[in-house]
Design a protein around this ligand. Structure first.
Ligand code: AMP
Ligand code: ZN
Length: 288
């Protein structure tokens, strides 16, 4: 089989057509660019901090943003959060370092160990503690260093499977935040999701086509994939479901402004007296 665009040797199918490696890369970059433009995700001259975990999605994001940074005129730096999950964190950090060195991108590293604990000290709902720690550290770091937005590698299936999970547990407000760009307010830095309309498979094809380094191992604490499998199942039965729901979510206006205050301990934004991060520190830190 041959690439429909240039006739070279075929690599893979992307959005219904067969492409060679080079043309698949062009098509993928074009798709990311059109969703960045469609949702006005990145403003002219912005300083973007890409949160890179070393997995295929955030590696694909970093690479695609690198290709777009000149054309769309934004500055790009990267952040890796060392969660202290043994060999997994070591490999992930090395991967982020390798790609950033190759691209000449500044890589910042924040260690959760500097707060007196690592993920290995956490008991119970490790993924929710980890999610909280990552969001907190990304925001604080980005704000303190003057970044305008934080880019994460969340792809369509991540957003939809979280949507169902939260709907199931009654957290309806959650869906209000599933935007391709969430504006910053007060001490919160804007959040962007350049891969909002890309799928996991497309991200994988892109990193393979570009031969990018990425960590294949799943985090040893990764949650069950049940909700994601459901998203795939629905997409199989209703082709176009994923993109259609994502576009509707992006359009939905925020109903109430969330009430917030400042954490009594660290001063970051929270809805209670002491923020979840400081409660995690109090519970797990060995320095206390
Ligand atoms: P996850 O929360 O693991 O689903 O990851 C979602 C996104 O958060 C990734 O695509 C990255 O952009 C970011 N992220 C996850 N883990 C890390 C990490 N250790 N360091 C920096 N960014 C991360
Ligand atoms: Zn081609």
């Amino acid at each position: 089989m041959r690439c429909v665009r240039c006739g070279s040797e075929a690599f893979e199918r992307f959005r219904g057509k067969i492409y060679c490696r080079e043309c698949l890369i062009i098509k993928y970059d074009g798709a990311v660019e059109s969703s960045v433009r469609r949702y006005r995700m990145i403003k002219n001259g912005e300083r973007v901090l890409a949160a890179v975990s070393g997995g295929k999605d955030s590696i694909a994001m970093l690479s695609a943003l690198k290709s777009l940074s000149k054309k769309l005129n934004f500055e790009l730096s990267a952040l890796f959060i060392d969660l202290g999950i043994g060999e997994y964190s070591r490999k992930s950090g090395d991967t982020a370092r390798t790609l950033c060195r190759e691209y000449g991108i500044d890589l910042h590293i924040v260690k959760i160990a500097d707060h007196g604990f690592t993920m290995s000290d956490v008991s119970g709902k490790i993924c929710s503690v980890c999610g909280n720690v990552k969001r907190y550290l990304m925001n604080r770091f980005a704000r303190e260093k003057g970044f305008d937005s934080i880019a994460t590698g969340h792809c369509g299936e991540d957003i939809l499977s979280n949507f169902f999970k939260n709907l199931y547990s009654g957290n309806i407000q959650w869906s209000e935040k599933q935007k391709p760009r969430l504006e910053g307010y007060d001490r919160m830095v804007a959040r962007i999701r350049p891969l909002y309309e890309m799928s996991e498979r497309e991200n994988m094809l892109y990193v393979l086509a570009k031969d990018l380094p990425f960590v294949e191992d799943e985090c040893p604490h990764a949650p069950s994939t049940t909700w994601k499998e459901l998203v795939y199942e629905i997409e199989r039965k209703v082709p176009g479901f994923r993109v259609s729901v994502l576009r509707n979510l992006a359009r939905k206006k925020k109903i109430d402004k969330e009430e917030y205050r400042y954490c009594r301990i660290c001063g970051e934004i929270t809805t209670s007296d002491v923020c979840q991060f400081c409660r995690n520190v109090a519970k797990y830190s060995r320095d206390q």
